[in-house]
Design a protein around this ligand. Sequence first.
Ligand SMILES: [Zn+2]
Length: 483
Amino acid sequence: MSSAITGLKPEPVWKHFAKILTIPHCSGNEKAIGDYVISVAEGLGLPWKRDKVGNVVVSKPAASGREGAVGAILQGHLDMVCEKNSGTEHDFKKDPIRAAIKGEWVHAEGTTLGADNGIGLAAALAVMEDKTLVHGPMEFLFTVDEETGLTGANKIPKGFLAGKMLLNLDSEDEGTFTIGCAGGADSTLVLPLERKKAASRNLYRLHLQGFRGGHSGIDINEGRGNAIKLLARMLGQARATGFELVGLDGGSKHNAIPREAFAVLSCPPAKARAMKAALQKAFDKISVEYKAVEPEARFTLEPVEGREPALLKDSGHRLIDLLLAIPHGVVAMHPEIAGLVETSTNLAIVKTGKKELEVLCSTRSSVASALEATRDVLKAVCALAGARADLRDGYPGWMPDLASPLLKKLKEVYERAFAKQAEIVAVHAGLECGIIGEKFPGMDMISFGPTIKNPHSPEERVHVGSVEKFWAFLTAALDELSR
Ligand SMILES: [Zn+2]
């Protein structure tokens, strides 16, 4: 039972977290937990609003003497990722999450815990309730459906918030401040294809697989191989042997680095040996180059039954050249924040149809103009190849502002409280702050939280001591920010 955690400190935070555990709140099902937030606000006589999609904002007046301070917003998301181990009996629509304590950590039994973002919500509710805290005018923003696409943040109506600074409580490393994130946008590149009239025989399936893949934002700087790019490279290096290309396919998700790709080739028996040797030679180079990061990379080349109309020679070459020319990987590192990828692009999915090749690229940057410039490169490659580019609207990033007054004050508070410096980071993925910042220009924002390991999986756990520090820091920060 969740009562296991109610004796933990700080008591007001764990009390609300214990309650949150009893309310089902997977993404898309936030009505009941929103009702809980509202019931706490009403119990305190605080005004609240709920928008059409279910985002809730509660206002709390300033402590006496701090009425003139700049308004601060505490923000978290109402939803959680619902995952369970196979073999765990759990109905996320009605069963409470069963929390347990193990050493210094709280985890759930066989399911995600929802400390992401339940601890942030619980802390916001505890601040809302506490009449002894010193702070300026406050708002508490609870968003829906962060986890499946930031849709709650996307739908916040204009004028929903009055505050000018926002403390997002959805970070997972105590002692770390997040001050930026990437925006992103997908582009589809379409290359018209021309095929022979007659179907070719002597078909082979070339399959390149065993790559690690990973998240196209978080893992893009790990130097992992992109199976599509590398398959195009093998075909490019072996093309002089005279095979015909029927098609090339690979990748599965816009936000994943492709782990495998395959091509269908047609090759007359007299040239088959040379083709195999050339492909092997090309692969051997890749295998040496990537031996540290991609030890499982491998390819197979197998004859397949049937006949297919192959691409005309020019068309096949153009397909290979296009895939070779499309950029993939890190485009730029941030000039001031060590280790942060500023701009990247992922060649994510390739599909060959009868008449067209479709390539999906997913581009990210914390700098809007750099995102645009990288998409201009994709457009230029298309123009050179005789392909067309369909650039869809993306979501905004959050450009790190190392000169932010909010950051400066919170760094001081942290150092005073714990006699060490907070680490300043930004992430190369989308966060709610990116969207909120675009809707409310001039909003000074920062994100921090307790230490949570393995969120979004049944291994999720939150460090008890870090919750205590998180609370101490949050309350001291609200005091300082209202001075
Ligand atoms: Zn979260």
